[in-house]
Design a binder for this molecule. Sequence first.
Ligand code: ADP
Ligand code: MG
Length: 866
Amino acid sequence: MAEAIKLTPMMKQYMEVKERCRDKILFFRLGDFYEMFFEDALTVSRELDLTLTGRAGGNKEKVPMCGVPFHSADTYIERLVQKGYKVAVCEQMEDPKAAKGIVKREIIKVITPGTITMEHAVAAKQNNYLACMTASAASVSFVLADVTTGECWWQVCDTDGWESIVGDMVSVYAPRELLLGSLTAAQKDGIRKILQQREGNCVLTEPDIRTDVDYEAVGTQYFTVEMMAAAKAASYCLGLLLSYVTEVMKCDISYFHTLEPLQQEQRLVLDAACLHHLEITRNVRDGGRKGTLLAVLDHTCTAMGGRLLRKWLETPLLSGTQIMRRQEGVAELVQHSVLRKDVTDILEKIYDFERILTRIETGTVSPKDYVALRESLGVLPTLKQALQQVTSPILRDLIAAVHTHDEVYDLLCRSIKEVPGQVIRNGGVIREGFSSELDEIRRIGANSKEFLQELEAKERERTGIKMKIGYTKVFGYYFEISHANTKPVPEYYIRKQTLVNAERYITPALKEFEVKVLTAQERMLALEYALYGEVRQRIQTHIHDMQETARALAQLDCLHSLAVAAQENRYIRPQLNGERQIRIVDGRHPIMEHYVKNALFVPNDVVLNHDTHEILIITGPNMAGKSTYMRQVAVLVLMTQIGSFIPAREASICPVDRIFTRIGATDDILTGQSTFMMEMEEVSHILQYATQNSLLILDEIGRGTSTFDGMSIARAVIEYCLKKVHALTLFATHYHELTDMSTMSKKIKNYTVAVKERGRDITFLRRIIPGGADRSYGLHVARLAGLPEGLLKRAEVILQELETAEHRPCQVSPSEKRDTVGAEGLFANPVLTRLLEVDINGLTPIEAISFLYALQKEAKEGSGVG
Ligand code: ADP
Ligand code: MG
């Protein structure tokens, strides 16, 4: 930066302000522009493609400068914040015309990715999260907030193992900004690493921590005693976050209204891996919405409903009573198509007034927002009317919670024009009849011409002198009388100016009019602004009530959305059972059935219970449909637990406490970082946290390593599930050798995917049937894939040779032997002896892995490989 000594006074002021917001881009108000200088100018011109100019700053060289017109600054700020920058806005605090010396300037607000409230900067049907993390010796706290809606969520976890929980939160909620509170250097590194591994762009901020603030008490200003009591362990973290928000936004945030735990006991816990694999809210391909369960179920009409539906999918219910309550609401809307249609029509007219309320509270509300709020409130009586006859308790409660807010509606009708001006600064917003004072001023403006004509006529008549009224910028209004017409003028005429051929006069009446007209415009704008603020203040007192209405509308919209989805896709209402079993007849995959267009999607049944069907081992060739089937079961259970209907003919489902998914390495294409190590970490995580009330989807475990390793681990995992976990488990594998495990326990059942074999060709029937596959069908699949016929013939010969070979120990199929280097040598080797001797049942999965590693190392050394 330039040497401070030679700076102009203005640049000196700039440097002082910039010193206070080094990590932000400073929008420095200069007349009709916001200017940026130095680094900021370079950054902004590059990022927003704006022209870089220079300004004399006191030194010989010009200072890099870049500017945007003040009235369109918001769009530039939005774009910068979206790119992850923080922006500080520095305003002129006095009228430059009136100021002596340099104009006083101050930072009036700061906009960061986590605190932005501008309408276009945040996705309508998605929350915009700001997160905060703090730690004490005993625990780590994590708080999420959405500044645009006034909601907060919290979570506390142990100091060890926080990485996986916080990592999950970061993946699931993708906060735009994360505040690092009191953390150790190691914890800060940890969180940086977590962020690097996940997609999305999250900005890290280290907020000032002040010693004179009792952060634990900050939350009590906004939330109820009960909410605060529940969140006690996270209250410091919450206080830090809220203090940051107030400081940055520089406004009252009393619109904050909700504080809930992120993971509740009464909720089905889904981790990031599960949401990812099942494509609940983001698809595996590009993280987008297309091809997700959300996209299938989302028929919400309002942004508020859209955001809530996503939340429902991320945190499904656990309690049968609560699920049933939602089901009843959905059922009623499914049955009454006229009612459903009415609700759609009405909800479509409702704007995102939850966020408008926030803009009212934070003082950034636009005239357009008021119109949107007015139109939204205007349809509420019709909505209440339409839903008058509903009988399900949930709909009755919701409709009771929707208030019509007549007072606010009436105020908006009276105060805001039908089509108001875009910005209050330019006026034209307040409706006629709302303020007699404003009407009067406007009349002066509108009637000034008439008034002048009348005045002129009156004076001519009174004096009998020919005169005309004129105006100049310097002298204002005057009566001009030419010398030819000069007669003595009345004494209230004051001479103003003498021209070559005329005299100019003013009169008290004309002067008074002049003052009125000239100040009218200014006064009109000031008065409109004041009235606008008054309207805002009056509405502010109703914000909490209106938030309640917004919440009720969001829920109604979600139920309505599920009803529309149910009706359009022929879903049925699943029964709930408390017998810890899952039974689905002719279930379909809700996402896949949309995409398998040319061929029909083949429905499938499932039975899971703890007596005879606790673990289902599903074998079958690649591409047969195993993964789809298992995900389908998980997705249907999840749908049931948000209260949705499901694609099936019949179903009885017991709510589960967690759904875990482990999807094999080769299927995990998105991240591309799915090493065998990661696979094993996931398995270990699942086995640690799964309970007997969980649902486990284990797909191709062990695929990420060699056949021997893989199959041993797969076996050991199944045994562990059987003996220790007792969860309902679906286990797909292409190791058809694992089917013999069903002899171990009556709880294990074999299933396979039906294939029709005709000579060398096979057709996948996509139907899951009892029984196990007796071979891999690898060559058949290769033929389907179009490998050259000559190659396939040769492969058949090799296969036959291998199958007639004598050694078939350890259930390793001949076809598998081919990918074990030096297999023949191995069998005569001490490695084999050790393998045969080990008691697999007595090994934990982790022990099994290390055993295998050792074994493999030995084998490689023995055979000279590696
Ligand atoms: P696997 O896991 O056995 O290798 P997938 O479950 O990945 O097989 O399924 C492979 C393909 O088969 C899917 O992409 C889909 O197109 C098709 N498929 C799977 N299940 C069905 C079904 N029930 N009905 C119709 N097509 C299906
Ligand atoms: Mg698969």
